[in-house]
Write a protein that binds this ligand. Structure first.
Ligand SMILES: Nc1ncnc2c1ncn2[C@@H]1O[C@H](COP(=O)(O)OP(=O)(O)OP(=O)(O)O)[C@@H](O)[C@H]1O
Ligand SMILES: [Mg+2]
Length: 417
């Protein structure tokens, strides 16, 4: 059990470049915390500082209230799982898992070691593989062995650095569920690094989004999705990504590429003096007007669909538009920051699979302007963020987390059979 507190943590490598820049975070006891962000944003560096593999340039790291900056990794009692598993090829699965227990010489007798290893093996479905060598196992099984080794010792927290990135998509999905279940069951504080936002959203109680060493937002997945603080977070969280459209301010209206909508009341004051804003609309918030689920205050527009992709359970339509001037620069920059994941000059619409819109059609769409996000192109701040609503979501998520932990605890106490 541990609370991990980061206070103004900075890491500068030899060349003076701040790989992590003034990060402050409170990781709660039993919490599943995610560090996510594009390649090079400092996720691994931050994790390695927590576990003690990397010196902290400035700032304080506290575990349960005590400063541990100068403690060696073995004195921090944290358990880390690496991307490449780092298994010993000449040892059996049993001995690989038992390794940290044997390392703590004399602390556990043979019977205790056997019981702990078998316990972990049961949890990870490795029981029938205990006598095999890692070389003969599949990628997913090796990953389980690495996790087994991490969980046998009673560590105060688990740290994972992209543990699933070597697995294929299907296995990754399975292991993701396993990790979630295991974490809830054990109730151990966990920090998990990934650049995969699906992993971030599905696993995290809270997710810390990093960009170039700077923490952008730390919040529950729902809050990140519904109430992002800026363009970067809004663009990073969600697949397909949020659409960003240039919005010209004209009086009380915003002129978008396909339609004109009233300026949201919350934005009016904050946007005073600006003639250009960026509007963000999630792909699922734009609907085929012909299907009839038209929101009350709907904005309607028609546009020519370039390509459609039908996937059975959902369908995407791509609608190109042109962007010029300042907004074009801003969106290009955003695209670079996000590792170029988004195509910023076409709108993606996540249509109902029943929709019969076809490539080349001029189709009618509707969306509810109330779900638009509005961003300041300078700095990228989200002007529609509602702090009160965000606080409500945060409270709800924290209550959900506590309930899940409590449920897992009760389940553990109940005798089997
Ligand atoms: N040992 C090192 N010496 C100098 N610079 C380093 C070192 N390790 C990392 N960096 C730099 O620090 C920054 C953050 O690196 P880090 O490995 O923490 O990123 P990351 O978010 O884990 O990226 P990835 O998703 O690619 O693993 C990068 O700019 C990287 O080049
Ligand atoms: Mg990394």
């Amino acid at each position: 059990m541990a609370e991990i507190t980061l206070q103004n943590i900075v890491k500068k490598y030899g060349d003076g470049f701040p790989a992590v820049n003034d990060v402050s975070l409170d990781i709660r006891d039993g919490e599943f915390m995610i560090f996510v962000g594009p390649s090079g944003c400092g996720k691994s560096t931050l994790l390695r500082m927590v576990v003690g593999l990397e010196d902290i340039t400035s700032g304080d790291l506290l575990i349960d209230g005590s400063k541990v900056n100068d403690l060696s990794p073995k004195d921090r009692n944290l358990s880390m799982v690496f991307q490449n598993y780092a298994l010993y090829p000449h040892l059996s699965v049993f001995e690989n898992i038992a390794f940290p227990l044997r390392l703590a010489k004399g602390k556990h007798d043979e019977a205790q070691i056997r019981s702990k290893v078998e316990n972990a093996a049961d949890m990870l479905e490795l029981r029938e593989h205990l006598e095999r060598k890692p070389g003969n196992l599949s990628g997913g099984q090796r990953q389980r062995v690495a996790m087994g080794r991490a969980i046998v010792r009673d560590a105060d927290a688990f740290l994972f650095d992209e543990p699933l990135s070597n697995l294929d998509a299907k296995l990754r999905g399975q292991m993701r569920t396993e990790i979630a279940r295991m974490q809830r069951r054990m109730g151990t504080t966990t920090i998990y690094v990934t650049h995969d936002q699906t992993e971030a959203l599905t696993l995290g109680d809270r997710v810390s989004v990093l960009k170039k060493g700077v923490l952008q937002q730390c919040a529950s997945p729902r809050e990140l999705y519904d109430q992002p603080v800026n363009l970067f977070v809004a663009g990073f969280i969600g697949t397909p990504p949020m659409n960003f459209l240039p919005a010209e301010v004209r009086g009380d209206e915003l002129v978008l590429p396909f339609s004109t909508v009233p300026i949201p009341p919350a934005v009016k004051e904050r946007a005073a003096g600006k003639d250009l804003l960026i509007v963000g609309i999630r792909p699922e918030h734009i609907k085929d007007a012909r299907l009839g689920d038209r929101p009350e205050e709907a904005a309607a527009f028609s546009a020519v669909v370039d390509v459609t992709e039908w996937l059975g359970n959902e369908q995407y339509a791509y609608v190109p538009f042109s962007v010029e001037g300042d907004v074009a620069h801003k969106l290009e920059e955003l695209d670079r920051d996000l590792d170029g994941e988004g195509m910023r000059t076409q709108m993606v619409v996540n249509l109902d699979p029943r929709s019969r819109i076809l490539e080349g059609d001029e189709a009618d769409f509707v969306f509810d302007p109330a779900v638009m996000h509005v961003f300041d192109p300078e700095g990228g701040d989200c002007l529609t963020r509602d702090d009160a609503k965000a606080a409500e979501i945060a409270q709800q998520s924290e209550a959900d987390r506590k309930r899940a932990l409590e449920r897992a605890r009760v389940r553990e106490e109940r005798p089997v059979g």
